[in-house]
Ligand binder design. Structure first.
Ligand code: NAP
Length: 292
């Protein structure tokens, strides 16, 4: 039950009515036993500045930021973390005694989803599909993890080129190259690749019968990470697993980015991470059945 010390957390975006964040954070608040509540706030584009000022005025402890505000919110904050600056998007705001600090917890989500499954990309070639916001976080993390080369396949080449040029400096020695969205080019990129990451919505419900890659190109020796989390087992992941590839579901990233956000707000993480992940995967995959 809320009392005078309850800290307010939440989500700002538009739309927010189908977000899983209130469920995820509600569970985290329960597991951690912290005195917080979490609300979804619909904030229209033209109301963003007022909403951000309201966080300060009301002493809201922190919020997640989602579409369409992840980029627009940067200039409204007092400080932006290096990873959020590099990726160009903030998805977590922490209110530190009136100073608003912006972070990007998708980067931690990507890194933990890979590391906890034992994926090491040091010196490896990785293939990333897509050049949107999620792809930016993925490419940046892969570079920090020491990938030698990232092949970015983008349906809109100019978007891919922009991603590669804007991230080049923060990606250091990792070579970023953009390729067209063509089967032959993709087949060449996948030869000898250690990891394939789908950072497009291709395969997402209700178009769950689609896959960005035909199973023929996948096999043992490659890890396939699909950021799409609805359905839990996308066609891409099912076909890859059928050919002996290790697979990582997008739900892992979703849960890890929430854990990271909660750690930024409260300083607390679930003591038994493995148990928490298993419970949340089961709980959320039930919630996702029939989820639009
Ligand atoms: P975004 O900014 O809209 O970018 C989407 C990218 O995918 C663009 O490069 C777009 O190309 C490309 N694309 C879209 N449909 C495609 C198709 N049918 N075939 C080929 N390319 C296609 O979206 P985002 O925020 O990066 O999100 C991408 C996906 O990641 C979504 O499914 C989202 O739900 C998922 N995601 C998951 C998590 C998680 O925690 N698991 C976190 C963030 C995002 P164009 O530029 O040509 O349109």
């Amino acid at each position: 039950m809320a009392d005078a010390h309850t800290q307010t957390l939440g989500l700002i975006g538009d739309p927010v009515d189908h977000s899983l964040s209130p469920l995820l954070h509600g569970n985290l608040i329960h597991v951690l036993g912290v005195n917080c509540c979490y609300h979804a706030f619909r904030v229209r584009r033209e109301e963003l500045a007022e909403a951000v000022a309201g966080l300060r005025a009301l002493g809201v402890r922190g919020v997640n930021v989602t579409i369409p505000h992840k980029e627009a919110v940067l200039p409204l904050l007092d400080e932006v973390s290096p990873e959020a600056r590099a990726v160009g998007a903030v998805n977590v705001i922490v209110n530190q005694q009136g100073r608003l600090l912006g972070y990007n917890s998708d980067t931690a989500g990507v890194e933990l989803a890979l590391r906890r499954r034992g994926v090491d990309v040091r010196g490896c070639k990785v293939v990333v599909l897509g050049a949107g916001g999620a792809a930016r976080a993925v490419v940046w993390v892969l570079a920090q993890m020491g990938a030698a080369a990232v092949h970015i396949h983008s349906r809109t080449p100019t978007r891919g080129e922009r991603l590669a040029s804007e991230l080049a400096e923060s990606c250091g020695k990792t070579e970023l190259t953009v390729f067209p969205w063509e089967e032959a080019a993709l087949a060449r990129s996948l030869e000898g690749a250690a990891l394939l990451v789908n950072a497009t919505p291709c395969g997402m419900w209700p178009r769950h019968h689609e896959s960005p890659v035909t199973g023929n190109f996948l096999g043992k020796g490659i890890v396939v990470f699909d950021l799409v989390y609805n359905p839990l087992h996308t066609r891409l992941l099912r076909e890859a697993a059928g050919r002996g590839a290790q697979t990582i579901p997008g739900l892992d990233m979703l849960i890890f980015q929430a854990v990271e956000a909660m750690a930024l707000w409260t300083g607390r993480r679930p003591a038994k991470e493995g148990e928490f992940m298993t419970e949340m995967r089961t709980f959320l995959s039930k919630e996702l059945q029939g989820y639009a």
